[in-house]
Structure formats: C-alpha cells, structure tokens
Design a protein around this ligand. Structure first.
Ligand SMILES: C[S@@+](CC[C@H](N)C(=O)[O-])C[C@H]1O[C@@H](n2cnc3c(N)ncnc32)[C@H](O)[C@@H]1O
Length: 255
C-alpha cells in the first residue's frame, strides 16, 4: 500500500512523462509539413481506411475485422502488414459473440448495417429490396439483421452497435483500438445523430473517442419520387476511433 507522499511522487512522475511525450510531438528536430492526415475526405471507405490505420494502428498487430463483408475497407491495404482476422455473419461468426479470448486483440473494426430498414423483422419490409437488392447485399447480410425481439427502428441499430461494442471491449487488450463505421439516419421522419449516440454510449462502457473521420460520398444522391424534402440528404458517414481505457482519464493512458 503506497503512502501519501509516494502517491504524490508517482503523480509528479506521470506529469513529467506526459510533458516529455507531448514535447516529442513537436520537436525542433521535426520537419515542417502540410502532408498531414486530416479529419474529412471526399472519397470512399477504401480511400480513408488506410489513412486511419497508418495514423492509429501500428503494423504487425492483431486486427479483427468482425463485419468483413466484401473486404472493401482492405482494398488499398497491404494485408500482410497486419495479423488480420476477418469474420462476418456470412462466414458464421456473429460480431456479438466472437471466438476470441478476453484482452487478446489489438484492434477491432466494426461496420454493421447502419440503416434501421436492415433490422426489420419481416423480409418484405427490408430497406434495399427490389432494385436496391445489390445495395442490401453489400450493406447487410442480404437478409434481416437479428436483434432482440421488440426493439425496433433506429433503436435496433443502436442496440446492435452497443452489443457489438461490449463484445469488442471484452476481446480488446487494454488501450486496444476500436474502429467503428457509422452513419446518421432519418428514421420514421425523425433525425437521429447515430455518431453522437454511439460516442456517448461507448464512453459509458470505458471507450475514449480519440479521433473522428468524415467520409463525404463522391456520388450525388437522388430520389425518384419526392413531395417535399424534409431533411438534408446524408452524403457523409463517420469512422470513430475509440480506445479501451477502463474508464481511466485518457490523458493518463494514451501514449
Ligand atoms: C456495411 S457491410 C460491411 C462492409 C465491409 N466493411 C466491407 O468493407 O466490405 C455490413 C456487414 O455486416 C455483416 N453483418 C450483419 N450482421 C452481422 C452480425 N451479427 N455479425 C457479423 N457480421 C454481421 C453483413 O453480412 C455485412 O457484410
């Protein structure tokens, strides 16, 4: 058991270490550059994802992409730079029940279906049916996404992200990185800022939001029939970069 003065000494040492590490970020020996990774890009997920990895995830570590889908995120990445464990419900692994030990993974990537229509129970009510079926097969498992009983609409989306977040927290090592792709949505004519809801809910689990990236779509959205537009059509989505902190002050835990 440490005494009062020993604890104070520890705290001073931590502060000195912090000052030292922040001094290292801008060092007289560093170079001036405008070649920086920025927080918003017009482009695709495949353009932005490599920038996120290069800034936040060291090579050689274990990354579990738990909603791997068609692997579009990885299109522009040298995969053997990482120990990549790819899984998806299509290959029989539910991201809410991962086959990994506690505290065993350095980085989890989560990109589940983000539209409430993809969580409805009846197959005939799924968003992306008919001419949108290829959209649906990319953004969901082509069927509906299982959720707990009566939770509906946007709540079902959030519920799914939270269950997957709890599982990510379990398998991540301390200071592990959780990369979450999401998009806000208007559901039953109500605006839902999904990224804000997730940041707040994940914080209560012990995740610190270290960074946020905005991807602005290159393609121009259009609709075939509209009476009066009520909300700005979403043409952007987010990557959240969260760190598992166990609720500790992030300034004390992040290098
Ligand atoms: C938006 S897509 C992911 C696209 C992927 N990031 C890519 O680069 O191709 C959503 C994925 O979540 C998967 N999915 C849906 N429910 C799931 C679950 N319970 N567990 C794991 N994957 C799930 C779908 O099969 C689909 O591949």
């Amino acid at each position: 058991m440490k005494g009062k003065s020993e604890k104070k000494q520890d705290s001073i040492c931590r502060d000195v270490r912090e000052q030292h590490s922040s001094a290292k970020r801008r060092n007289p020996r560093g170079v001036s550059t405008s070649d920086l990774i920025v927080s918003a890009y017009i482009g695709t997920n495949a353009d932005v994802f490599p920038k996120i990895l290069s800034l936040h995830v060291p090579t050689g570590v274990i990354i579990a992409d738990v909603t791997y889908g068609k692997g579009i995120f990885w299109k522009n990445i040298q995969k053997d730079n990482y120990n990549l464990k790819s899984s998806d419900i299509k290959s029989g692994i539910d991201c809410r029940h991962l086959p990994y030990e506690n505290d065993s993974i350095d980085c989890v990537v989560l990109d589940p279906p983000y539209m409430e229509g993809l969580y409805r129970r009846s197959g005939t009510q799924l968003a992306g049916s008919g001419t949108y079926s290829s959209f649906r097969s990319t953004y969901s498992n082509g069927e509906h996404t299982e959720n707990n009983g009566e939770i509906k609409y946007h709540k079902a989306v959030i519920n799914f992200y939270l269950e997957a977040g709890k599982e990510a927290f379990r398998v991540l090592k301390q200071k592990g990185i959780f990369i979450v792709k999401c998009q806000d949505e208007v559901s039953i004519n109500v605006q839902n800022l999904t990224h804000v809801e997730l940041i707040n809910a994940y914080r209560t689990m012990g995740f610190y939001t270290k960074d946020i990236f905005i991807v602005v779509s290159v393609s121009k959205p259009s609709v075939s029939r509209i009476l009066k537009q009520q909300h700005a059509r979403k043409n952007h989505s987010y990557f959240l970069v969260m760190i598992k902190t166990n609720g500790k002050n992030p300034r004390r835990i992040i290098n």
